[in-house]
Write a protein that binds this ligand. Structure first.
Ligand code: NAD
Length: 264
């Protein structure tokens, strides 16, 4: 530990288990001295998150279903009581019906489109509204996105459309909150085998494709996303906002591989 996050407190949303990207970020934050609070979605995940919170010395901030505004309010009211203010917020939340994370985008239903946008996009704005009130000395908000926002990826479908809207939200929120020294950024992570990712069609093939075609010739880990997140959540990025930063072994730079490019 470098003590980079000493004296900083914040909320990490989106830990489901020890493979979650949010867990990789929480681990890095705790290692560098941050005090963290974790939310969980429902009792089933509470059982998984409780021991992880204990391991990290983190506080449990309670159940939060971002589709239920009262649960968001309860979490932030609890944080206000406990800490008075917060310095950072990690939003690592996304959802879409897995039946529509396969096949054609054109077949997306209105119901799942709306639900995907509510949980994966609007929730960032919903939590930013509450965080604004607690970030009285400025702060850093970080969300997670994917390259499927920029280019068409097979099976990613409505989630790609949602991530495009999420990345636009990062820019609008950055402008609105900038005068309060609240920064808003996103990490665009390469594919990682998590609970959410297992709902995406042919995910193992997507992992292999990235391994073969990225400049670093490998996929990324949740610990690497966690270490990159430290930059955004600490004062090292004090002049950075509205940014979408790729942590993807460089995959996003590739237009086409050379014919004689070595395979792994
Ligand atoms: P994960 O399944 O570990 O985490 C997803 C989290 O979203 C879970 O903790 C779940 O409880 C939460 N969530 C879903 N619906 C919710 C709701 N209604 N209310 C509150 N929480 C809800 O998977 P992950 O891959 O770590 O996902 C975290 C974020 O990273 C997501 O936004 C995802 O799109 C993004 N991401 C993932 C990858 C990848 O390949 N795994 C790549 C880039 C971006």
């Amino acid at each position: 530990s470098t003590g980079l996050m000493n004296g900083k407190r914040g909320l990490v949303m989106g830990v489901a288990n020890n493979r979650s990207i949010a867990y990789g970020i929480a681990k890095a934050l705790a290692r560098e001295g941050a005090e963290i609070a974790l939310t969980y979605q429902g009792d089933a995940l509470k059982k998984r998150v409780e021991p992880l919170a204990a391991e990290l010395g983190a506080v449990l901030a309670g159940h939060c279903d971002v589709a239920d505004a009262a649960t968001i309010d309860a979490v932030f009211a609890g944080l206000e009581q406990r800490w008075g203010k917060i310095d950072f917020l990690v939003h690592a939340i996304g959802f879409s019906d897995k039946d529509e994370l396969t096949g054609r985008y054109v077949d997306t239903s209105e119901g799942n489109f709306t639900k995907t946008m509510l949980i994966s996009v609007y929730s960032l704005t919903a939590v930013a509204q509450r965080a604004e009130k607690l970030m009285t000395e400025g702060g850093s908000i970080l969300t997670l996105t994917y390259y499927g926002a920029e280019k068409v990826m097979p099976h990613y479908n409505v989630m790609g459309v949602a991530k495009a809207a999420l990345e636009a939200s990062v820019r609008y929120l950055a402008v609105d909150l900038g005068n309060k020294a609240i920064r808003v950024n996103a990490i665009s992570a390469g594919p990682i085998k998590t609970l959410a990712a297992s709902g995406i069609g042919d995910f193992r093939y997507i992992l292999k494709w990235n391994e073969y075609n990225s400049p670093l010739k490998r996929t990324v880990t949740i610990d690497e996303v966690g270490n990159s997140a430290l930059y955004f959540l600490s004062d090292y990025s004090s002049a950075v906002t509205g940014e979408v930063h790729h942590v993807d072994s460089g995959y996003h730079t590739i237009g086409m591989k050379a014919v004689d490019a070595p395979d792994i």
